[in-house]
Design a protein around this ligand. Structure first.
Ligand code: TYR
Length: 325
């Protein structure tokens, strides 16, 4: 796989393609980040962007994980102290999941977002941005909550983070795209450089197959799940024998193979008794999806296999979480 492919695999959107191609020409030592509002337990939404960070590390890039404590504070997730405790748990789970400790810099937002220069730049952006523009950028992150001033400050700070962390690439779920667009528009107004962004897809809800919901809604799999929980959730997942169900639905079982399993394993083995055709071995997602569509691979076998691999991915983080509690 060439570097451009590695940087962009499983990305739903890159902005712009040309800028990411330039990055792919010379990735070593370049800096990429994902910011997370600290959450005590990682779920698949977090792991999807973490997979992308692992790809970027593999390409030689340096990776920054922003533990966005001040952002979480703006979003009323607790006191700063509570949020920081949660952030430490989050960090431990990311390392257990496989982010390379030597190549990953964990930064708390409060380490730099309360500095004078940052504050003054923030006030400049407050002057330079209409309420309407900031609100539009926030629409997908704030849900149904009544807009407060904190919701308008939030995307402006996210914009500045890209400059203050000295980044070459911003990574996030597709739900971050409007904030990244705001950043691309506003950074030059402060004479800072525009940086490319890369967005991972939002995986469909496990049970309904309804796509494009926020990763924090609906049934998801998390580091808290036991092996049995996981089996149960995967077994009750929506899995029609096709990758393109009707009515805008997605096949979540296939999506989990595509975005979570294949990026982390060189091959996937579906174990089957000899009388049902014996084991099936896949080196890539396409072949597995084709076999599910043709009927060669039964949905029940696909699910059993999926649960096994997800369990392997989650086990170290689950262990860590138990230690911490
Ligand atoms: N907006 C991100 C979220 O929804 C968190 C975040 C905060 C990301 C600050 C980047 C950033 O610079 O979780």
């Amino acid at each position: 796989m060439d570097t451009y492919e590695l940087l962009t695999r499983n990305a739903e959107e890159v902005v712009t393609d040309e800028e990411v191609r330039d990055l792919a020409d010379d990735p070593v030592g370049k800096r990429a980040y994902v910011g997370y509002e600290p959450s005590g337990v990682l779920h698949l939404g977090h792991l999807l962007t973490a997979n992308k960070l692992i790809d970027l590390q593999e390409a030689g890039m340096d990776v920054v994980v922003l533990l966005a404590d001040v952002h979480a504070y703006l979003n009323e997730k607790g006191t700063l102290e509570e949020i920081r405790e949660t952030a430490e748990q989050m960090k431990a789970q990311f390392l257990a999941y496989g982010l390379d400790e030597d190549k990953t810099e964990f930064v708390y937002g409060s380490e730099f977002q309360l500095d004078d220069d940052y504050a003054l730049d923030l006030h400049y952006l407050e002057q330079a941005t209409t309420m309407n523009r900031a609100q539009r950028a926030m629409a997908e992150l704030q849900g149904d909550e009544t807009a407060k001033v904190s919701h308008l400050v939030y995307p402006l700070m996210q914009t500045l983070d890209i400059e203050y962390l000295d980044l070459d690439l911003a990574v996030g779920g597709l739900d971050q795209r409007k904030v990244h667009m705001l950043a691309r528009e506003k950074l030059p107004e402060l004479d800072y450089e525009v940086r490319p962004a890369l967005h991972t897809p939002i995986v469909a809800d496990l049970t309904s197959g309804e796509g494009k919901m926020s990763s924090s809604e609906g049934i998801t799999i998390s580091m808290e799940d036991s092996t049995e929980d996981l089996e149960e959730k995967v077994n009750s997942a929506f899995c029609p024998p096709t990758r393109e169900p009707e009515d805008d639905l997605e096949n979540p079982v296939l999506e989990l193979f595509e975005y979570h399993v294949f990026p982390r394993f060189d091959e996937v083995v579906v174990e089957r008794p000899e009388k049902y055709g014996g084991d099936l071995t896949y080196e890539d997602y396409e072949r597995l999806a084709e076999d599910l569509e043709s009927g060669e691979l039964h949905p029940a076998d696909a699910k059993g296999t999926l649960a096994t691999y997800l369990d392997e991915l989650i086990a170290p983080g689950r262990e860590k979480l138990r230690e911490l509690r």
